[in-house]
Design a protein around this ligand. Sequence first.
Ligand SMILES: NC(=O)c1ccc[n+]([C@@H]2O[C@H](COP(=O)([O-])OP(=O)(O)OC[C@H]3O[C@@H](n4cnc5c(N)ncnc54)[C@H](OP(=O)(O)O)[C@@H]3O)[C@@H](O)[C@H]2O)c1
Length: 366
Amino acid sequence: VAIQTELDAMRRAIAVGRDAVGVSNPNPPVGAVVLDATGTVVGTGATRMVGAAHAEVVALAAAGSAARGGTLVTSLEPCRHTGRTGPCTDVIAAAGVQRVVYALQDPGVTAGGGGDVLRGLGIDVEAGVLAAEAAVVLGPWVTAEMRGRPHLTWKYAASLDGRTAAADGSSRWITGDEARRDVHAQRLAADAVLVGSGTVVADDPALTVRAVAAARQPIRVVLDTSARTPIDAAVLDDAAPTIVIVGTDADADRVKALRGTRAEVVECPVVDGHLDPARALDELFARDQRRLLLEGGRTVASAFLRQRLVDRVVAYLAPKLVGAGVPVLDDIGAAGIDDALRLTTIEVTPVGEDIRIVAEPTESGG
Ligand SMILES: NC(=O)c1ccc[n+]([C@@H]2O[C@H](COP(=O)([O-])OP(=O)(O)OC[C@H]3O[C@@H](n4cnc5c(N)ncnc54)[C@H](OP(=O)(O)O)[C@@H]3O)[C@@H](O)[C@H]2O)c1
């Protein structure tokens, strides 16, 4: 059983790992803390860039000889494989720690199983400590690793009666300033932010993090079957990297024009006249994107929901009634109420005058 100093250290490890979100890809945003034999913190570390040392190794290096006889506390099971760096289990054994406490198991086929390796080396191992708190930061990475595709959060803002725009089309500022800041914080926690070309053409959004302090910007992704993103669109500026995913049959001149911008242009197969959502996700996974925020609009959101590719829904509901207007979604393949996509509510939080609801599909999916 983990003692209080270990629980405190785990909370610190989780917090340190949070700073690595979007920086550590494709590695997980892990944090680690080393306690010496008396329970004093002697080292902390987070997983940084690709090819750089993992969190445990950074923390053990900081601790030096003070780690001997101490405890390593880390938000993810230490890896036992040689990837771009060597196995963490070797470094842990060499450092002479007598106990390892971790929160979540590594689902990787080659990386996972480090806990058993450490036990085999005579180290006392405790797994599952503050797993739910660690999952807030690492859960999307774990899901992505298990499914072999990025974790996708769909975010939308609507009136209480589920309209994203009024009957005349006006939609700006459905929700208030605090909700807007909250959305920017959600962007900051994502590797990439996705929209359809319809949103780019209609709103010309920048999709950057501006309303909260940001040390990095998520990548912007436009799903643009026919390559109709205007070359002077705000998403193509230099404020953040951009990927435009176009259909393999898109007009060659328009694709060429997009290739002349700062954006990376990626071609993807088309099914029924639109980009295949699953293949678009494959392209992003191959580019190390693990945690995606889909910001709309309803055409693209409905396409991903029809394929059951959404792992989390974040709804901002404004206490306003619009009546006739634009619905949040189109057809998502649920003709009757029995076919509805069932969600489990994770959290309901007031955000300024609005309400944020976080929910996840009840069936774990495949
Ligand atoms: N309230 C909110 O939370 C929110 C969020 C975002 C947007 N919006 C609003 O939504 C409106 C735009 O709506 P929209 O539905 O046109 O935007 P959208 O869903 O962002 O874009 C739709 C376009 O995406 C392209 N696309 C790419 N892959 C697709 C696929 N697999 N399936 C279907 N389409 C695909 C299609 O154009 P191509 O065939 O040309 O590629 C399609 O016309 C704007 O007025 C905006 O303000 C609201």
